[in-house]
Design a protein. Structure first.
Ligand SMILES: [Fe+2]
Ligand SMILES: [Fe+2]
Lengths: 312, 81
């Protein structure tokens, strides 16, 4: 069925070839794209309940509106990504309603509770920025036409989420006192959380094919650097301390804590003092999922069964 | 082409301003034309569109290409344009 071998397709893609339909894909390409889109869709979907629970802490009707506008965007982004999967022959129904909560592929950060307004806006400033780094790179580089087009809307809206985060971080930082202290506590757990989100360092990463098929353009470490290159200066300009700095000689951002390391989700604290752990241990923590996993998954699908039974 | 909750796929087209082309901007699943209009308008709200319309995926008939989302709609017994 497939018109190309894996090597032929990779070569065509290196020459700028854009795929427009599943019929043109090799099994390897299709598999890699499905993995990528599933992570993307699940991340968008699980960001919605995380932000929705946090939106209760919005301090005014205006901020309620902007927080819910962001949630509405995230649900639309999820919907679009699941629709792309459906066109690859993967059932959205099964993905959203047929899996156990721990089987979703979103990052560990969206298994954590966001307990106050500061945590929501830092999530916008850090997590949505990570989304922009990852999806912006996909948008610029992907060899899959339908995804490239879908990301125009997503990128535009993520930029708004980020701005919401930055503007509010600035307001809280300027306020001083309790507001600034709270903001610093958010940064303390959410900065390393986002760093870990980008995954295995390049020297440990197995060859996944995502770069060969041009499903993305930058490596995990490069994306981590891109994220730090805007986040570290932002925090420094706000007088917030972050466990990373720019190293002139190496021309890169360097972490000032053992990476990866263990996290205590109840205390919302990284155990820097216990030193570096293996990535195997990180994967086990991710697989075990975080404290809000089941609650978040349930919140986006709790009425599905009853409404479906009324209609059928 | 039916998905969960008895939904069908609709293609979404929109034009930003007068004088600009009508562009395919995405797709949504909806149980019927009325909700398709609502879902499209609410989902693709990133611009102040001058014009938006939805087309059931089953109604798009490909002319020259037999692959892709509309492949299933090629009238039987036809080959290319
Ligand atoms: Fe999003
Ligand atoms: Fe976002």
């Amino acid at each position: 069925m497939t018109p190309y071998t894996e090597d032929e397709l990779k070569k065509k893609i290196r020459g700028g070839y854009i795929l427009e339909s599943p019929e043109e894909m090799t099994p390897g390409y299709r598999r890699a794209l499905i993995v990528q889109l599933t992570v993307q869709a699940d991340t968008e979907l699980m960001s919605a309940p995380a932000y929705w629970f946090a939106a209760r802490h919005a301090p005014s009707t205006n901020t309620q509106v902007s927080a819910h506008a962001i949630i509405q965007d995230e649900l639309a982004h999820a919907n679009i990504a699941y629709r792309l999967l459906e066109d690859l022959g993967v059932s959205k129904e099964q993905l959203v309603y047929g899996r156990e909560p721990h089987e979703f592929k979103h990052p560990y950060g969206f298994d954590q509770p966001l307990d106050n307004w500061a945590e929501l806006v830092v999530a916008n400033g850090f997590f949505d920025r990570a989304g922009i780094c990852l999806l912006g790179d996909v948008h610029r580089n992907t060899s899959y036409g339908p995804l490239k087009r879908a990301l125009v809307k997503v990128d535009m809206e993520e930029t708004f989420h980020l701005r919401h985060g930055e503007v509010w971080m600035r307001r809280l930082a300027r306020a001083g006192g309790a507001a600034t202290e709270l903001l610093q506590r958010c940064v303390d757990w959410m900065f390393p959380m986002t760093i870990e989100w980008f995954g295995l360092p390049d020297d440990l990463k197995h060859h996944s094919g995502q770069l060969d098929y041009k499903l993305k353009g930058l490596t995990n470490d490069e994306l981590r650097q891109v994220w730090m290159s805007s986040t570290v200066p932002l925090c420094e300009s706000l007088g917030l301390s972050v466990p990373a700095h720019y190293d002139e000689d190496g021309d890169e951002y360097v972490l000032e804590y053992p990476f990866p390391c263990e996290y205590d989700p109840d205390a919302k604290r990284w155990l820097f003092e216990d030193g570096e752990i293996t990535w195997q241990a990180v994967f086990e923590r991710w697989k075990g999922r975080g404290p809000m996993n089941e609650i978040y998954v349930d919140s986006v699908r709790r009425s599905r069964g009853s409404v479906t039974s009324w209609l059928n | 082409m039916r998905t969960g909750l008895g939904e069908d796929v609709y293609e979404v087209f929109a034009r930003k301003n007068r004088g600009e082309p009508l562009r395919h901007i995405g797709y949504i699943d909806a149980p019927g034309d009325e909700l398709a209009r609502v879902y499209a308008w609410k989902t693709y709200d990133e611009e102040n569109w001058f014009e938006m319309c939805v087309v059931p995926r089953g109604a798009v008939i490909p002319v020259n290409r037999v692959e892709g989302p509309w492949a299933g709609n090629v009238p039987e017994g036809t080959h290319g344009p």
